[in-house]
Design a protein around this ligand. Structure first.
Ligand code: AMP
Length: 364
């Protein structure tokens, strides 16, 4: 079986690494010559809009998936007309537009921050009258890792934030005073089998994920599973989906969902019976899903902007290093490491050592 992946970055690379034991082969479409997954399969090198390459991908792959949600709708539909594409173009279309996403979540009874559309200076002013300060202004599309966002603390910030938007269609969002951020990584197969990983508790800085920890038997697990189920059922979703949530005084408020494997699920590679990457492949190939149970307590730390000496990580007990084979660049995720232990007390000092290494290389 050959799996086609739109995108050849680290997520595609980790999907391929999980697929080799299952006897799968891979083909990637990515415009970058140095895309880090492409040493693991055939590389169709070119633009995502190139119909010749898209047709080639559809012809050579038994099933196509992707590692990012900003796939243009016409590209996903072009592929879906020629081969199986999972998740569906509809899931992509909703997840890539913050306005459609919020409307869809609310229709399903999943709470979000208050929000309003912003497409002119006047609409920004009236949005702020309804939402109030503080708020966050986000472009509707193409935003990830905090890009295309600015915080509005008071009316004094309005002009500068509006100019930063460059006229792009946006939304203003009420600032959520959360107690913590969590995400649920869920998976649904072609046959409709569902599985959920234990919640990930996440720490972001500058809009970028820094740390994720597995939280087995969390009080919010059932609620998060309910929301993820509503989403996946409504979308007839196939594959892994990550729903990012804020916990506010015992309630969950959805931030966004990613129709793909997710950074907050990287801990599942060594920290769960079956990784999110393997379960994504099992789901899209309609194989039985693997157990999502966590193995002990797990923490995952991202290395952003640079990576430590491998030895510094490897000498930490139960630490596993994942280098993405990407050149270091400001704000770029170039590696992560996972550490696990039987108890939280044992995990804590190991986790702290990883965080120190990450802070040393962090350039943001
Ligand atoms: P996003 O790009 O929407 O995933 O946002 C990245 C990070 O910015 C989130 O994980 C939060 O830490 C923070 N953030 C985004 N939206 C809000 C909000 N409405 N209220 C508070 N923090 C937010």
């Amino acid at each position: 079986m050959k799996v086609g992946i739109l995108g050849g970055g680290q997520l595609a690379r980790m999907i391929a690494l999980a697929g080799y034991p299952l006897g799968l082969n891979f083909i990637f479409l990515d415009p970058s010559v140095s895309a880090c997954a492409t040493t693991l399969g055939r590389h169709l090198h070119g633009d995502y809009h190139d119909e010749y390459l898209l047709a080639e991908l559809a012809k050579r792959a038994d099933v196509v998936t992707y590692e990012f949600e900003n796939v243009p709708a016409n590209v996903a539909e072009f592929l879906a007309a020629r081969t199986q594409v999972y998740p569906s173009p509809k899931a992509l279309q909703i997840a890539q537009d913050r306005l459609l996403e919020k409307e869809f979540l609310n229709e399903l009874g999943i709470p979000t921050a208050s929000y309003a559309t912003v497409d002119s200076w006047e609409s920004l002013q009236s949005a702020m009258e309804t939402i109030g300060y503080p708020a966050i202004l986000k472009t509707r599309t193409q935003g990830y890792d905090g890009r295309g966002q600015s915080v509005l603390k008071s009316a004094a910030d309005l002009k500068a934030s509006w100019q930063k938007l460059n006229g792009l269609p946006s939304i203003a969002e009420g600032f959520v005073n959360f107690n913590r951020e969590v995400s649920i990584v869920a998976v649904r197969s072609v046959s409709g089998e569902l599985a959920f990983y234990p919640l990930s508790e996440n720490v972001h800085r500058g809009g970028i994920l820094r740390l994720s920890e597995s939280r087995e038997n969390d009080v919010m697990q059932a609620k998060a599973e309910d929301y993820a189920t509503r989403l996946m059922t409504a979308l007839e979703y196939v594959g892994v989906l990550a729903l990012e949530l804020f916990e506010v005084d015992g309630e969950l408020v959805a931030n966004e969902f990613a129709p793909r494997v997710h950074n907050s699920g990287h801990w599942t590679i060594e920290g769960a019976e079956t990784s999110q990457f393997e379960n994504h492949l099992r789901a899209i190939l309609d194989l039985s899903l693997g157990s999502t149970a966590a193995i002990g307590k797990v923490a995952m730390v991202n290395f952003i902007g640079g990576k430590p000496e491998s030895e510094q990580v490897l000498k930490i007990q139960n630490a596993h290093l994942h280098l993405y084979a990407k050149a270091s660049r400001k704000g770029r995720k170039v590696a992560h490491a996972t550490v696990h232990a039987a108890t939280t007390e044992e995990l804590e000092p190991l986790k702290k050592r990883l965080i120190m290494l990450a802070n040393d290389v962090d350039d943001s």
